[in-house]
Design a protein around this ligand. Structure first.
Ligand code: FAD
Ligand code: SF4
Length: 340
């Protein structure tokens, strides 16, 4: 919520935006833009510290009749005409699997046996181009590059998207624990780096999936795929950085990567990085191959919707949140029409 023309701008453009909460409530996030304004309506209640453990259905299995919740250590039960699950792609799938019953033996709404399958999370990496000159940018994340999204002269297949992460500092870098460039501390590296975020598409593989173990713990099985385009995208960026000549002070030598193999520090985000989770409760027209219909309503359960990153059938090579939001607005219109 930055207004550079207004000295009373709500956002004060501090240097701890990305990855930190905003202390002056000026970040356009779900809390500020959606939840807080929605709470002004008298017909909305937000329960916090509430864990949905299970959804119960009628004897026919065709509608959800109860939502079982653990809240502040107590068990509670809620009911509604329409139930929308939005726990994120891993936890929504886990909830449906946990809610198996006699009519839904493989998990709620899982006659297609696709709940939990086709997990995707992108092939992502952070690539630091360390230069002799410092990078004083605060909001580098506003830049993005799609020139190689669909391929390049050397590689005719889609490679993905190049953008930036929010400007890293030494503390943020230490969490990613990259190798330290010779002559640099982590802090110095952060001050002298362009911090690229590279995204390539991972493909929907039914064996990449969320399951539950005997104790009910979530198990995420994932075999990375479509890695070659990502390697090509990394190589393309390295090549472009090496070819830069524009620095007035150091000229061609400004970018340290010109010298050595190890100064471009590319590291793929590991499995535990589930930020871009999607695809586990896919939508589609065919109930045999999808869980949800085009309105994100379960084919098997009339009053059950899943509205989050689960519905994706492909992950594309861009960050997922805007698509998730756009779909939620679309499904919201459908629900309004249904309730009339
Ligand atoms: C550090 C980080 C940075 C990111 N940066 C970007 C970015 O720059 N751009 C972008 O597009 N995307 C970004 N993402 C991804 C984006 O945040 C997600 O794609 C998006 O928030 C997913 O939305 P969702 O509705 O599917 O699930 P979520 O936003 O994860 O919402 C799920 C909610 O359900 C709750 N929940 C889960 N299980 C239960 C349960 N059993 N009972 C009750 N509640 C439950 C969770 O607490 C959570 O509040 C980032 C993610 C992370 C983690
Ligand atoms: S955290 Fe972000 S939104 Fe908040 S003041 Fe700082 S720059 Fe602005």
């Amino acid at each position: 919520m930055l207004n550079e023309g207004d000295p009373r701008s709500r956002c004060i453009r501090c240097n701890t935006c990305d990855g930190y909460p905003c202390l002056v409530n000026a970040k356009s996030d779900a809390h500020i833009c959606a939840i807080e304004p929605a709470l002004e309506y008298p017909n909305l209640t937000l329960l916090t510290d509430a864990f949905v453990s299970r959804l119960e259905t009628s004897a026919s299995g065709q509608e959800v009749t109860a939502v079982h919740v653990t809240r502040n250590g107590a068990e509670e039960k809620y009911a509604a005409d329409i139930v929308a699950v939005s726990c994120g792609a891993i936890n929504s799938a886990a909830l449906l699997l946990r809610s198996a019953n006699a009519k839904h033996p493989r998990g709620l709404a899982n006659s297609s046996d696709t709940v939990g399958r086709h997990y995707m999370g992108h092939v992502n990496s952070v690539l630091l181009a360390v230069s002799k000159c410092p990078n004083p940018t605060v909001f580098q994340k506003t830049l993005g590059l799609n020139d190689f999204y669909f391929g390049s002269k050397e590689w005719e297949f889609p490679m993905g998207h190049i953008s930036f992460v929010g400007k890293l500092d030494g503390v943020a870098l230490s969490a990613g624990a990259p190798a330290i460039a010779p002559g640099f501390t982590l802090d110095l590296m952060a001050k002298h780096s362009l911090d690229f975020w590279l995204t390539s598409e991972d493909l929907p593989d039914p064996d990449n999936r969320v399951t539950l173990d005997r104790q009910g713990n979530i198990v995420l099985s994932y075999k990375p795929n479509n890695l070659e385009p990502h390697k090509r995208l990394q190589a393309k960026l390295q090549d472009l950085m090496k070819r830069q000549t524009k620095c007035d002070i150091h000229g061609h030598d400004c970018h340290q990567g010109l010298f050595a193999r190890s100064l471009y520090l590319g590291e793929r985000i590991p499995l535990a990085g589930v930020a871009h989770q999607n695809g586990t409760i896919r939508f589609g027209n065919d109930p045999k191959t999808s869980v949800l219909d085009a309105n994100c309503r379960a084919h098997d359960v009339d009053n059950l919707y899943v509205v989050d990153g689960s519905f994706f059938v492909s992950s594309a090579a861009v960050n997922p949140a805007l698509t998730i939001m756009a779909n939620a607005l679309r499904v919201g219109d459908h629900l309004l029409a249904r309730m009339k």
